[in-house]
Structures are given as structure tokens and as C-alpha cells.
Design a binder for this molecule. Structure first.
Ligand SMILES: C[S@@+](CC[C@H](N)C(=O)[O-])C[C@H]1O[C@@H](n2cnc3c(N)ncnc32)[C@H](O)[C@@H]1O
Length: 282
């Protein structure tokens, strides 16, 4: 059963955290001329029209990317992320929002490879329509597909894992997939998005613990909450766990997260956190 459609949430605070971190990592990979690979296990539709009726239903972008977009020139540390958004919005109006595939495509050079996986048949059709040439699109299960694609060529790069977590097994599947990935490609950078949910349903603690113990020696965790945690229902924030983060990502996030918290806060409980779940000096 696949019912999740990302258009309902495009551009919300969780997308901002995810795509900001994704952009910082891709920017770091772009510093060297040597090519990189980008693999997206859960790609979605690639890009989103903000006036679509699904996106307008809750208009989550109004408390996500919209306030940042207005003051984007004051955020030099996110210039790459905003350039990816500007590439879809040639005028000053914010009409379209890039999904993770479009963000990645913005950083792609001729020597870089993009591989996008998506299981939902309607979403994969939209993904094909939204992405140009020069990307490989697979209509397949990203959890099964990732280990099969590793080790990739080029040998340096980023894997983004961004499941909808509709199935509670997804949390465990993320951890087992990464344990397999570690055996095949231990030097890759992996970024895993996860939601921070109401107390009765939140599983972020178990995910953090599992990813701290799936083989990788460098495990950085960034969280941004925009409101208080409810008891029963709702997402109050999200997190990104980065395995093998690029040099200085922790310093960049130490500067970025408090500013994002101040800009996206919906109440006084908004907060941010950055911690190494595992760190070795080797
Ligand atoms: C959160 S959305 C992805 C959003 C996208 N990464 C972005 O940032 O723009 C999750 C996507 O995963 C897809 N999906 C769900 N289970 C999947 C699986 N096992 N393999 C690949 N895609 C899956 C859903 O159809 C949905 O489009």
C-alpha cells in the first residue's frame, strides 16, 4: 500500500532541513573536479507546483520555505540551496519547489551521476516528466535497490534515504539497509531523514540508536523542531542523520540550525540539536 504523496507537504519545514543539508553535502562534493554519484532511494515526483490543489490543501510551504525565500539574500550559507530553488523560479515569485532530485540535478556536472529510485507508479511517471536527460530513473523499491547499486561509480558521493515512514517497519528497514550498504560501500556519505512525532508514536530515538550502530564510525545527527511535542498526533520537527559527513558540515550546521529555528519557530518550544552519535578520530 503506497498512499503517501509528497505534494501535500512540499516545501514544509522538514523539506527545508532536508534539502539544506543535502545542498551543503553536494556543495562539498562539488569542490573537487572529480565526479560524484548521487543516489536517491525515495525520490518522489522531483519537483512541485506550489499552486497544485494538493499542496494548497494545507499550504505547509507557508511555514517552511516561504519565510526563508523572502530573506534569502541574508543567508549566504544557503546560497547553493536557494540557487536550486531559483533555477525553478526565474522571477522573484516562489511558484515551484524542487524535490530532492531537482536539488541534486542543480549540482550535477557532466562528470557526476544521478540515480533516482521511486516505487509509486504515478510518482515515478511525474519524476520522469520533471527530470531532464542525464539521470537514471528506476521504478523500484529503494531499500532493495540501494545495496544492489553499491559500490557505485564514481566511487565518491551521497545517498539520500527519505522514506515516508507510513509503515512502522520502515525504521528498522532503514537500519538493515544501511548495515548492508556499509559492507558494500563504507566510504559513501549517507543522509537519512526522519520525522519527530507526537510522544505516543515517535520512533526517532530507536532510529538514532540503530544508525549509531550500523557500522559507520562517523555519525552526525541534526534536528530541528518548530513547535511543542504533542501527546497523540502530529509532526513537530524532523532530523537528518549523516553518516560519513563531509569535513566542516558540523560547523556549518552549528551556525545554521539556530537561525533556522528562529525563522521557522511556530511556538516557544521550537528547538534545535546537533550531536555526534558516533565519532572516531581515525
Ligand atoms: C518523502 S517522499 C520523498 C520526497 C523526496 N525525497 C524529496 O525530498 O523531494 C517519499 C517517497 O517514497 C516513495 N516510496 C515509498 N516506499 C518506497 C520504497 N520502498 N522504495 C522507493 N520509493 C518508495 C513514496 O511514493 C514517496 O514518493
Amino acid at each position: 500500500m503506497l498512499s503517501y504523496r509528497h505534494a501535500f507537504h512540499a516545501g514544509n519545514h522538514a523539506d527545508v532541513l532536508k534539502h539544506a543539508v543535502q545542498s551543503l553535502i553536494l556543495e562539498a562534493l562539488s569542490v573537487k573536479d572529480k565526479g560524484f554519484c548521487y543516489i536517491d532511494t525515495h525520490s518522489g515526483a522531483g519537483g512541485y507546483a506550489l499552486d497544485h490543489e494538493w499542496t494548497q490543501k494545507k499550504a505547509e510551504y507557508l511555514t517552511g520555505i516561504a519565510p526563508l525565500w523572502q530573506q534569502r539574500r541574508k543567508w549566504p550559507q544557503l546560497a547553493g540551496y536557494f540557487a536550486a530553488i531559483e533555477a525553478m523560479n526565474p522571477t522573484d515569485e516562489l511558484d515551484f519547489y524542487p524535490g530532492s532530485p531537482k536539488v541534486a540535478a542543480h549540482f550535477q556536472r557532466p562528470q557526476d551521476s544521478l540515480t533516482l529510485m521511486e516505487l509509486h507508479h504515478n510518482e515515478v511517471d511525474l519524476l520522469r516528466q520533471n527530470m531532464g536527460n542525464g539521470v537514471a530513473i528506476h521504478h523500484r523499491d529503494g531499500f532493495e535497490g540501494l545495496p544492489a547499486l553499491l559500490p557505485p561509480t564514481p566511487r565518491r558521493g551521497l545517498v539520500l534515504i527519505d522514506p515516508p515512514y507510513e509503515l512502522k517497519e520502515d525504521y528498522q528497514t532503514v537500519a538493515t539497509t544501511l548495515a548492508k550498504a556499509y559492507k558494500r560501500w563504507p566510504i559513501g556519505i549517507y543522509a537519512i531523514w526522519y520525522p519527530l512525532l507526537a510522544r505516543k508514536v515517535d520512533r526517532s530515538g530507536a532510529l538514532r540508536e540503530a544508525l549509531a550502530n550500523c557500522g559507520f564510525e562517523q555519525v552526525l545527527c541534526a534536528e530541528l523542531s518548530v513547535s511543542a511535542q504533542a501527546d497523540d498526533f502530529g509532526m513537530y520537527g524532523s532530523g537528518m542523520i549523516v553518516l560519513n559527513p563531509p569535513w566542516k558540515l558540523d560547523e556549518q550546521l552549528t551556525e545554521l540550525l539556530p537561525r533556522l529555528k528562529d525563522t521557522l519557530a511556530q511556538d516557544k518550544a521550537a528547538d534545535w540539536k546537533l550531536e555526534w552519535l558516533k565519532k572516531s578520530d581515525s
